[in-house]
Design a protein around this ligand. Sequence first.
Ligand code: FE2
Length: 144
Amino acid sequence: MAMILDVYKCPKCGNVMTVLNSEVPGTPPSCCYLRDPNDPADLDRKERVTMAKLDEKSGDVLTEKHVPFIEKQGNGIRITMGKPALHPMLADHYIQWVEVVTKDDRSYRKFLLPGQQPIASFEVKLDDVARVREFCTLHDLWRS
Ligand SMILES: [Fe+2]
């Protein structure tokens, strides 16, 4: 069953979604039609592709550029993907979003664009952070 804040990806089109409610009938979620658009005999086919739940990958924050590096910044936190060598922020490979989940189940997300730095600041106390996740357009979901 899909759980709140689970992240799913369509293996056909690459669409990514975050679950905002649980206990939805028919989960896991589905996306594209399986039918072949070039086959007229396939037009009535109703089956859809089942989206794949993305694992939250992790690793050594000092060597793995995808693992969010969290540090205190004033009254909040600063998150860097790749420290000291930053994760690439190219058109075909970049950190698309960074999310902070707090111990009281709040979720804060910042979206990034190619060319920006893979760094995000949040007005969240370091002690309140339960986990930080980021989504790479090429390497999917990571957490610290
Ligand atoms: Fe990446």
